[in-house]
Design a binder for this molecule. Structure first.
Ligand SMILES: [Mn+2]
Length: 246
């Protein structure tokens, strides 16, 4: 007897981006992985990242996807890149801080191999029902109309004042995919139907967060130290707008 046919959801379809993005869109087959974890901005916090991987007790058939910003601000950017490059079941999208290296705006003295690795990072990683981008999605634009800079730097495209005062892109985003993202620092992970914020400011003395995709759970490691200061008005208070939080 064959298994009952599950109804395909709209969000399961592969999202289609424009010509500047689609060649840098990596699609993952969920069937190949027993577990998928999505991890927030690491910013050179290698020790915390290693501790988080230990906590996840990652097996070869489990996947980690990072939201980008592996580098800069923290103590060991090259070490974080090495770790991600070495492991086949650890992947990352490009963050705006990697993009600064790619564009030559910043130089952190990476080896040629690590520099090549940074250049090779995709802008989008997606699987059935989900996608990972560094910044976010403009709720008023089709996916196909986004350019790379929008995906990397999206925060509050229709804000009248500071981008950290909102409204944020995810306040209006309706999916259908659920987007996992970093870039905008939140004091705690924030989970909504179509957006999950994972940059919990490890490098600013916050925490490093992993989201367990199949288990719908979060695993966090507190920062070992505050590597860089940040004013409170540039950290989103996850509870402030009464959005559903963990
Ligand atoms: Mn960042």
């Amino acid at each position: 007897m064959s298994a009952p046919q599950l109804k395909r959801r709209e969000s399961d379809a592969r999202p289609t981006f424009g010509e500047g993005v689609e060649p840098r869109h990596e699609r993952i087959d969920v069937e190949e992985w027993e577990e998928i974890y999505v991890v927030g901005d690491v910013h050179g916090c290698r020790a915390e990242f290693e501790q988080l991987l230990d906590r996840l007790d990652l097996r070869d058939d489990e996947l980690v996807v990072l939201v980008g910003d592996l580098v800069r601000k923290g103590p060991d950017s090259a070490g974080v890149l090495e770790l991600v490059k070495e492991r086949e079941n650890v992947k990352s999208v490009l963050g705006n801080n990697e993009d600064k290296l790619v564009r030559g705006d910043k130089d952190i003295g990476l080896s040629e191999k690590l520099s090549e690795f940074v250049h090779s990072l995709p802008l989008v990683i997606s699987w059935e029902g989900a996608m990972v981008v560094h910044g976010g999605i403009d709720p008023k634009q089709e996916y196909a109309d986004h350019d790379p800079q929008e995906l990397l730097n999206m925060r509050a495209p229709y804000a009248e004042g500071s981008s950290y005062d909102g409204p944020f892109w995810y306040d209006d985003f309706q999916g259908p995919q659920r987007v996992f993202f970093g870039h905008t620092v939140h004091e705690a992970p924030m989970e909504r139907d179509h957006a999950v914020a994972l940059d919990t400011g490890c490098v600013y003395g916050g925490q490093l967060t992993a989201y367990d995709y199949f288990g719908d759970d979060v695993i966090t490691v507190p920062a070992f130290e505050t590597y860089q200061g940040r004013s409170d008005d540039k950290i989103v208070d996850t509870e402030s707008d009464h959005s559903p939080a963990f």
